[in-house]
Design a protein around this ligand. Sequence first.
Ligand SMILES: [Zn+2]
Length: 621
Amino acid sequence: MPEISYLLSFEQAPSHYIDVTLNLTGFESGLLELKMAVWTPGSYLVREYAKNLVYIERFDHTGKWRPLTKTSKNTFRLITEDHQAQIRYRIYAAELTVRTSYVDQFHAYLNGAGIFLYVEGYQHLIHNVRVKPDSNWHDWAVSFPVKIQETDSSDLTDDINAGILPAQADGLSDDSFFIRPAEFIDRPAETDRVKLGLPPVLHYHTTNFTALIDAPLSLGNFSKLDFTALGIPHKMIFYNCPDVFKASIEDELIRIIETEARIFGVHPVNSYLFQVYGHMVGRGGLEHSNSCSLMIAPDKIGNFDRREYLLLLAHEYFHLWNGKRLCPDELYVFDYERENHTRLLWVVEGFTSYYESQILLRAGLITTEIYLELLEKSITQYLNLPGRHIQSLADSSFDAWIKFYLPNENSANTTVSYYQKGSLAAMILDLKIIGQTQGKFSLDSVMKILYQEIYLQQHRGYTNEDVKAVLAKFISDGLDLFFEEVIDGLAEIDFNEILGTAGLKLQAEFSDLSTAYLGISVHKELHTILQVRAGSPANIAGLSAGDELVSIDGEKFNSLTDQLGSKLPGQVIQIELKRAGALHRLSVLLTSSPQTAFTLRKVTVLNSLQHQVYHEWLNAR
Ligand SMILES: [Zn+2]
């Protein structure tokens, strides 16, 4: 039986290097291909992880060097003559985001996609991992599904283990997956640590390659929190997080978890791990089958947006059902070597984004007023985005790989976000269902049926037709038109029509008509244009992103806002700019701002159906 085993070590951690030894044993003699994934599931961008492979060598069982041939950007070929091979390679890991890997002398956060080479054709095998941590690291955390026993197909509950190694290696049940006899136990440095109760080598295995790379591994020194929700043990680790990240978070999380589980009627795991990093550079979350990773930080002056934190937690946890289990057909089995296109990310991410604030509302963590404020903000952003006239929601999803994840200075003019428009699409569907079924059903009913029927019973991903068919059980009127206009088309959404069903009215608050508007954003110090809004005075006059503003009406300036403050709509100004080093002069006819803020108001008198929809939508379900 072939065996695949990795050993990770960190002697060069300060230089951001991870050393990997991959042992292959029991393979038939012949050709094997080793490959590095090009992307991390959940993050739709080809990241070319093979670029971080510093070197790679192959040896036979006697330690003799053997050839290894590179045949593509991420593929290596070898011939096994003696049923085994050892491959040693080094990975450069210096990108700390939820989807990439980072190591230094203080800690490591490892995403398997860019760390573990896989053996083509053998991804279904158990993958063994041994980790030799730096001696200054006392904690580790990883969580993944483990099939404890083969069960008949009606029992799809994943058995999982989530582990955090405490300073003393106690408190671990016998079936914990990671502590195994240590191979390096005789080495002096590790012997000391054994005395302290820490294993010198951590050992765990996953049922297949997908489970391996779906389980980010944290190593270092963390603060920790344990709590139980719905009888399920939950663990949190915090790296570089101030106390505010931990304060009462378990109380709020329990409410979030209970509210989310109620929608689907089942909870899919036996334990769960949150890996939370306070990180000043990036912000984001990534979902996994049995865990999630979050990076978020207080701002520069120490303010911490707790609501934003809760929204992120609710979002990632919702993916436990929607995204990681219930998912589009194209993402049910991953191809790790190329883009996995789907036109349905608006269900994966849009619906999840819609539910994040719905969950906080239902869990009593935000008020109805705050919920409507968040919705107002989202609608305002959407309606001020020129790209909504250019890219459909389904196209935004399909092209996530080359557009949403590779934005440029013109993206706002030409694209929409499947998160934002997808969440508005979910809201429209929710209100349609509540309205057309007199409050008996909601989008929850659709989520539950999709989860139970497509994921649990049919063991597959859903198609556009599946989603439409389940929606059609509840929406008898206007569903085809909704797909035509909101999902596949570019029609303007009539928010007043849909929100009117709940007795709400969207009002446009026009900006100050006496203020001059140019339609660009600029770098504060360099005065370089970052974006030019489509249809704006700057766009019509021919200004371009990258132009450096030199003067306006012959005057140099410090602040563009102040300089425009003295001008009026209807006035023509002369802009001197540098483009690629050449000096140009352009005339611009200023206008007033077309940007509009929208507010949601309740109509004075609600009819009985509006009253019912309002309460079903915004009150407890
Ligand atoms: Zn998400």
